[in-house]
Design a protein around this ligand. Structure first.
Ligand SMILES: NC(=O)c1ccc[n+]([C@@H]2O[C@H](COP(=O)([O-])OP(=O)(O)OC[C@H]3O[C@@H](n4cnc5c(N)ncnc54)[C@H](OP(=O)(O)O)[C@@H]3O)[C@@H](O)[C@H]2O)c1
Length: 275
């Protein structure tokens, strides 16, 4: 695997063409080359046209981009895990020859293994480059290995200081599974904005709370998938490679964990109780 992003921009609730074109261009100019979408976000088509426009304008080359899409639960159910048609439709919609990553959005136990087998075939055909699973616990990953014979290349979980997912992060880092954090800022929950620890560190490093949190992800070898409609914040969120956090400060941010989760798919995580 090469060309792995250090950060992603997400497109959930972000499907206005002009806004996305502007924001994606600002992201690229500030070092972002990973972009994340899903059928349920209804942003695949618009993101595809935005990226095609920027490629044609010479702003970026296809080979320098890393485009992450998903297969949704209804697709797994509707086609009993056979994903070929959906992935080909997504490629057509996005004007692409291949996707860098396709993630299973929700690890529905009934269809998970058939879906991954189908994604393996698409990877062998060169239509997708990496396979991933969202909203997983270690138990899912172990069962994927024993049922399908592989571990996914990527996972994507809800990870932020209020839900640090230490166990999964350590396990995946040991196994060299790439980790993406969705809602990496916990949508700037009040507890983060008002945290005395983060306020103190913000003064110490002369960085905003958002920047500190995103840097904390990088320190743990986690790729944050942030979203912002605001060009200034896109610049802010991507200006985090000129400093690093002291070990003790990483530990202090880790200790803010309270297993708080925003999303149902993160709380409900199907099949997690079976190990
Ligand atoms: N796999 C899954 O199941 C799953 C589930 C949910 C999300 N995702 C992915 O993760 C992406 C991000 O999710 P998210 O939107 O929940 O995450 P987020 O990045 O934690 O939160 C985004 C919110 O934070 C604000 N924000 C961004 N940067 C900020 C900063 N520096 N200071 C203050 N506020 C800031 C944004 O407002 P402004 O727009 O005003 O800046 C927006 O309201 C999605 O787009 C999607 O691609 C995946």
């Amino acid at each position: 695997m090469n060309n792995i992003p250090w950060i992603f921009m997400g497109t959930f609730q972000n499907k206005d063409f002009d806004l996305l074109l502007n924001n994606v261009q600002i992201g690229i100019q500030n070092g972002v080359h990973g972009f994340d979408t899903a059928p349920s976000y209804k942003s695949e088509g618009v993101l595809g046209i935005v990226l095609k426009t920027l490629i044609e304008k010479g702003v970026v080359k296809r080979e320098d981009l890393f485009i992450s899409d998903k297969v949704d639960a209804w697709q797994m159910q509707e086609n009993n895990g056979e994903m070929s048609q959906y992935v080909q439709d997504a490629l057509h919609k996005m004007h692409l020859d291949y996707l860098d990553l396709v993630l299973v959005h929700w690890p529905l136990p009934e269809y998970l293994y058939a879906t991954i087998r189908s994604l393996i075939e698409l990877k062998e055909k060169g239509l997708i480059r990496n396979i991933g699973v969202c909203n997983v616990r270690i138990g899912h990953l172990k069962r994927i290995l024993s049922n399908v014979g592989i571990l996914p290349d990527f996972i994507q979980n809800e990870i932020h200081p209020l839900n640090n997912c230490d166990e999964v992060v350590n396990w995946c880092n040991e196994k060299n599974i790439k980790i993406m954090a969705y809602s990496p800022l916990c949508r700037m929950n009040k507890k983060l904005i008002e945290s005395p620890i983060l306020q103190e560190l913000s003064i110490k490093y002369n960085k905003s709370i958002g920047q500190l949190i995103l840097r904390w992800h990088l320190e743990r070898s986690v790729m944050p998938v942030f979203m912002s409609h605001n060009p200034k914040r896109i610049v802010e969120n991507t200006s985090i490679r000129d400093f690093s956090l002291d070990k003790n400060d990483i530990v202090r941010i880790n200790a803010m964990n309270e297993n708080y989760k925003i999303f149902l798919e993160s709380k409900g995580c199907p099949g997690y109780e079976i190990h």
